[in-house]
Structures are given as C-alpha cells and as structure tokens.
Design a protein around this ligand. Sequence first.
Ligand SMILES: Cc1cc2nc3c(=O)[nH]c(=O)nc-3n(C[C@H](O)[C@H](O)[C@H](O)COP(=O)(O)OP(=O)(O)OC[C@H]3O[C@@H](n4cnc5c(N)ncnc54)[C@H](O)[C@@H]3O)c2cc1C
Length: 826
Amino acid sequence: MPPSHSVPDRAGVVIIGGGIAGCSLAYHLTKIGLTDVVLLERKKLTCGTTWHAAGLVGQLRATRNLTELARYSADLYGSLEAETGQATGFKQNGSISVANNLERLEELRRGASMGRQFGLRIDSLEPGEIKERWPLLEVSDIVGGVYLPKDGQTNPIDTANALAKGAKQRGARIFEHTPVMRVLTEKGRAIGVRTAQGDIRADSVVICGGMWSHGLAADVGVALPLHAAEHFYIVTEPIAALPRNLPVLRVQDECAYYKEDAGKILMGCFEPVAKPWGLEGIPEDFCFDTLPADHEHFEPILRAAMRRVPILTDAGIQLFFNGPESFTPDDRYYLGETPEVRGLFVASGFNSVGIAGSGGMGKVLAQWIVDGHPPMDLSDVDVRRVMPFQANRRYLRDRTVETLGLLYAMHWPHYQYRSARGARRTPLHDRLLAAGACMGEAAGWERPNWFAAPGSNPEYRYSYGRQNWFEACESEVRAVQGGVALFDQTCFAKFLVQGRDALRLLNRMSTAQIDVAMGKVVYTQWLNARGGIEADLTVTRLAEQEFLVVTSAACQTRDLSRLKLEISRQDGHASVTDVTPGIAMLGLMGPNSRELLTALSRADLSNQAHPFGWSREIEIGYARVRAARITYVGELGWELYVSAEHCLDVYERLIDAGAAFGLRLAGYHAMAACRVEKGYRHWGHDLGDEDTPLEAGLAFTCAWDKPGGFIGREALLAQRQQTIPKRALTKRMVQVQLLDDSAAAPLLYHEEPIVRDGQTVGSIRSGAWGHRLAKSLGMGYVTCPDGVSQDWLDSGRWEIEVGCVRHPAIVQLQAWYDPRNERINA
Ligand SMILES: Cc1cc2nc3c(=O)[nH]c(=O)nc-3n(C[C@H](O)[C@H](O)[C@H](O)COP(=O)(O)OP(=O)(O)OC[C@H]3O[C@@H](n4cnc5c(N)ncnc54)[C@H](O)[C@@H]3O)c2cc1C
C-alpha cells in the first residue's frame, strides 16, 4: 500500500521497527518525558515476528537484573489496559517446569534457589502436586518440578498495540508502511534515517528491526550478529475437558512447552537441531507471513508430547504453525549503543523471549538513551560483547542450528558450543590438540580448557558435580603449584595506545597511576562516573608515549570501544591499535618457571633484576619476547608476549627445555580454579558497572591523589566518606569456603545465595573447586544496611544455598590461598 503521509524532518529519537520491542521503547521513552519520538514500521505494527508469538511471560532469568526486567514486563502487561484502554489478554496463571531426570531436577532446584534470592516465589513440587495442578499430564516418570505462580501469558498483538497506544497518547508519532532505507551517519554518529518520504534527522536512532536488524546495521558498518530460525508450534481443536486456568507447562527434556489457549492447547518446541531461515534474505513483502509446516521435523516432538499429554492423541490439530524468530550466537539479546556508531542504539535478537523481555527492555533502554549510560548492570545483553566476525552469515547460520534448542537443553556449567567452532585459533592450536587439549570457546577463540591424559578422550561429559575433567584439572594445578605449567593465553585482547597524550588519556581513564617507569605493569580498573567498574585490565608502559593494554578475550570490543570513545572526547593526540591478532601470549606459571626461563633466555630473572609487576624484553630462541612478571593463578610466573610468527619457535623451545623442569600444559579450567582460590576477580562475574573498587576490595589500585584524578574518583570519594568515621561499607566482596570438603561437596557456579543467620544477604558471583586447598570455594558480594564490618562477618553463621539445600560455610575478606602474596613474590 503506498504511504499517504509525510514524515517529519526531525525527531529526538527515531525507532526503526514496530514489533513489540519498538513499541515498548516508544512507550517508555514517552513515559519518562521524551515525547519527540517517531516510530517507523515498514508494513504494519507486529507484522514481523511479534504477531505469532506464543505469548509466554516467564520471569526467571539467568541474572538478577534480567529477572527484574521480566518481572516488570509481567506487571506492566497486567496494568496496560487500565492505562490505555487496550486489553492485552495478560493472565497470571503461573508456570510449571518438570524434570524427567535427577540432573534436570538439580538444575530446576538450583534455579529455584537463585530465583528466590532475586525475590521470585518458586515452589518445589513433587510429581503428585504437579498432577494436581496439571491433571492432563502423564507424571509416572516425572521426578519433580518447580512452580512459579507469578508467571503469565499474554496476547502479543494486543500487548504491542497497547504499548503503541500508550506511546501515541503521550505524543509519539507512529508511521506504518514507512520502511527505513538506511540509517544516516556522519563522522561516526547516527544523525537520522532515510525513508522514501524523506530524511528524518534525529539525536538517536534505534534499530528494533527484529530479523531485519542484521542488514540495517551492516549497511553502516555495525556488527549485529543474529539470524532467523524457523520456530514451531501446534494448536489443537477446542478440548472440552481443558481447564482454563492451567499454568504454562515446560517439559524441557522433551523440548516442549504447553499453554492453554482459548480452550485449546498450544504446544511449542525448542528442538535440538533447528532450521535457520532467510539464508537468501527476507522477502521484501514479508508481512504477517508464515513458513511452510514441516511435519517430519516436528514429528518426534509431537510423538513425545502425545505420550506426555495423552489427550493430544485424540484432539484434532487445528494449526501447524511455523514462523521465523531471530537467534544470536549466545542466546542473549542485544541492547544498547553500538560501539561502531555513536547515537545508534539496538534492541533486537530476542531468542524467543522478546514478549517476556520487551517490557523491561523498553524501560531500561529508554533510560539508557536519555542518561547516556545503562541504568543497571546489563552487561549480559550489552551489544558491546559482540565480536565483529560474528556478523559473518555462515557463522550465524551454523550456530543458529544449535542455539534455538539450547534454550531448553540442560544449562550445564562450562557448556561448550558444538557448532560454528574454529573461527579463531592461536598459532599453537594443532600442537595443543595433538597434546590432548579439550578445547573450549571464548569470544570465538579456541582455547584449551583441559588436557586429557594419554589414552583418554578430550571430550566433555557435563555434570553439576565433579566432571570428567576434574582429575585432569587437578593434576594441571599440581604442576602450577609444584612445578611449572604453560597456558596458551593468546586470546587475551591487546591494544597499543600511542601518542603525545596517551599517558594523559590512560591516566584519566585508570584508577591506578599510569605515569610509571618503562616496563612497569599496572593493574587497574576503568570506572564510570558513578564509580562502577567498566573494565579490569593491565597497562604496561612500553615507552615514553606507548602503552600496552591487556584485557580478557570477552572484553575486546567493549574495552576497545571505551578507549576509542575517550580518545574522541579528548582534545589531544593519542591513537589505539588492536594488536590482538599479531601477538600470542604464553603464561608460564609455577615455582620452576624462573629456572626454565633462565635456562632458555640467559636473562637475570631474579627478584632484584626482575621483580613482580615488571616486564621487559628477553630472548628465547630466535625471538624477542616481552616477559611480564604477573600472574592470574597466584604463583611465581611470567606472561610471555610473542609476535605470532615466533610463537611456534618459542613454544617448541619451552616444551623441549621444560621437560627437565616438570613442565606440563594446562588449560582454562585450571586457571579458573586457581584464580578463585587466590581471590582474583574477573570482569563480567565478580566485577561489573554496579560494583565499585571499594566494594570489590580493589581500592588498592586507586591513586587518589594523582594529578588530574580519574573518572569515577569523586563518586568513590563520596562512597568512602560514608564509611567515616566508624561505619563499614554496606556491600563488600567476600571469599567463601564450604565446610564440607568431601568429594560430595557441591560445586558453586553462579548466583547461589549467601545466607547469614538464616537470611539471604548476597550471592556467589564465581565458584570453583580449589585444588590446592581441596575446598569448594566461591566469591560474591554480601550486603548489610549497618555495614559489612569484620565483626558482622565474624559473628554470623554462614551457609550457601545450592539447589534448595543449605551448606555450612565460612567467609572472609582476603583470599584463601597465599593471602600475603609470598608465592608470587618468591
Ligand atoms: C513461534 C514463536 C513463538 C514465540 N513465543 C514466544 C513466547 O512465548 N514468549 C516470548 O517472550 N517470545 C516468544 N517469541 C519471540 C517473540 O515473538 C519475539 O522475540 C518478538 O516478537 C521480537 O520482537 P521484535 O520487535 O524484536 O521483532 P518483530 O516483531 O519482528 O518486529 C520488528 C519490526 O521491524 C520492522 N522493520 C524491519 N525492518 C524495517 C525497516 N527497514 N524499516 C521499518 N521497519 C522495519 C518489521 O516489519 C517488524 O514489524 C516467539 C516467537 C515465535 C516465532
């Protein structure tokens, strides 16, 4: 239909896409007072994916903040009718997830412990209780389940329309049949959009284009890796015996969910091998379209469903539905400002939770656009986690085959993707494989997680308890502790910062003093103005005006974009080059590392000549290697930076000479176990933009009095002020140790509640079995309104809740392993 309207030539915010995401954003922008909003939809509101969603609104998510957002969505959808006059069809009939086996039951119960500390009501159910709530279900082989009474379901079209109506009532302008042809940019900023009716200039542009988002972003050089996949459900004929108040039911082990839908059953699936769609592009005229049914593909799920809900056998099937939805390589959506183009925001790639997610998403993204920063820690979904290569279509297509099914697969700790592997490999890749490496993936890099003993298979067998790599990991840690181990840490991101004003730039960004002697390695955080930790990394001064910044693989895009942003804000002379691909990094860790390196390099590596925290060039083989004496495992050791072309030469010499010193190869599981024992924090787990260095126990990095200060200093000073004279901080990181040190002691992973005198006061951020101490360990934050004082810590009775069972524990502020750093300074 040809458009019969004209568009304005200016707006505060232009939103591209009128699915539930775009409508929710328009609603929330206007709600916080930004009413100069234009939403452009290429065809009709909801005509992409939104219209055909099943409408489940589950609330439990993997993090506290994402759970809070989903909970907000449910509250919002329940109240929109009263506000806008448009019904949403939302009903809060709860949800039940059932387990067919004990491992799934453990997963559900661990989730219940986590969800309760997020404030959700979650009840554990026995099979009989499940049957009472879902009488049509066959439960003879069900071992248990959980019930979330506040979960709900909604009508996606009506809900999106209610959001759009609310937005319009407050002044937003919505134009249908107005495709955006292109985002307009100038000097790295989005300045508006182009439509057939003319250009619209805007302060901010937001891509809410569902499965079209990849292309819209790619046109302006932005990587937005998502891919559509076919997504299926069936709807039965009306079933007279069907109770109308049935909770939504999830049988994840059979890849299926069930919902009562106007007297019928809607049964949808998350099959293990999905069908990517739109490989040749999305048809121009796609509008409320469906995809062809695929009975063969759906049949195994349907067969299992008929056994599980026998009434399906007799009920006729009214509709075999198939529609496309966007999936991302890590099953998490994208939110926030793109690192490539300032002022260009995204909200897309919803992995089948866009209805449940959009209410909360709209709220935080609106605030983000207005304030210029996220209102809470949203790093899980922040678009700055994307690696540019991930926008590659072949990679996306291959990964999408797996990601859809993972939503209902077991969420195993340390799960490694099976698809789209091998994208980034280090120069040592084949050597390490030949040595028995079991590779894991981080940011697309292949890296050894553990080494299988000769004769055993380097293959993952997952478990919540001790996994099949437990012993391999233990013996690698023994080498780290008693001999010497070699880690391939090439995946760490490395940036070269140069220029007359490089020092001023980095000093302003860093909590620590960067104006140090040549060769000094400085451990520092980068903060936001609120004192929250945006990055955790090292800066090495290579020359007067040259610095090497090293950060984790996962933070490559994020930290690089922060550097670029600060450079652009500075009126000075500094540049950054990402040198990650050209420089390999080998971690040589353990008490014999000095002797091994000395034997190879003939350099004086004594404490006097090369103390901890310093780096310098040494010779190994035919190469010049930068040897930095630092560690992430808490032992004497050096990180060796070797240009990629010399890496094999250096590696071979280390291996040959290392035999005499007990050298063995070690992987990232061993590294993680050691760093938890040593209390070394990890950005993304233990540190985030809502945690300050004071709370994280990292105040020692802060050079309070350096000239020019640092970003976030004033906020930290204010926080410090609150603790004077006698008060302690109300939130602090603690190190946790379970008292049970038997082989049956549970392992801690993520978000297990920390309980003091029966009350939940915090949660675990990271955990591991500490092989050097033979203890189950974790670290996390605890809060106390009167201050987390030593006395409060000492006087409490501590427990950690794992899968609804509480385990006695002890806590302390300092690391369990070598708290005086004697081993790293040896
Ligand atoms: C079978 C199925 C079942 C589902 N069940 C659930 C569920 O139970 N619960 C849940 O939470 N989620 C569910 N989902 C997922 C949910 O439907 C999506 O995550 C959500 O609808 C995505 O919304 P969106 O606004 O991002 O995308 P869309 O609804 O696709 O909206 C994007 C819009 O952008 C427009 N657009 C694109 N390009 C342009 C352009 N250049 N100019 C202007 N406009 C443009 C499109 O026309 C489209 O209308 C399901 C999905 C499927 C397929």
